[in-house]
Design a protein around this ligand. Sequence first.
Ligand code: NI
Length: 173
Amino acid sequence: MSLLKIARLGHPVLLLRAAPVADPTAPELRRLVLDMGETMLDARGLGLAAPQVHASLRLFVWREGQDGVAALINPEITLLDPVEEVAFEGCLSIPGLRGAVRRSPRVGFRGLALDGRVMEGEAEGLLARVMQHEIDHLDGVLYPMRMHDLSLLGFIEELAQHAPKPAETDPAA
Ligand code: NI
């Protein structure tokens, strides 16, 4: 396995609508997913979408537990709660910054696992937020583009010192 280079804000790959994965069981896809998992853990992120490692494909990984990695290929997400929660989030493509974003606290998800089987379920709280953040990456959307109040965008150290309630969980995805 190897660490992949993470595209940062300003790289055009982050603004593309990613293409569906044709064969989720292809060996090169398995390698990409394993490398993405390793890259995410190394960067101490909670999630990572393929466009962030210059692969414009519809898949993302997220952290499960301390150092487990889960992956969803060709994901679809349904927002299950119309009431949105505001919380700070970060992005491995926008290092050092956090911003407050409104997200649904509960989502339904559906997609494929690496073995090609359908994976579906519900997620809430932080995982629901991570999944909404990652699926946005597949549509070329970065979290600042979702922000309603850009005065709640800042450097982690400044927010920790001055914001009324910065992210305790410090999610970067
Ligand atoms: Ni991100």
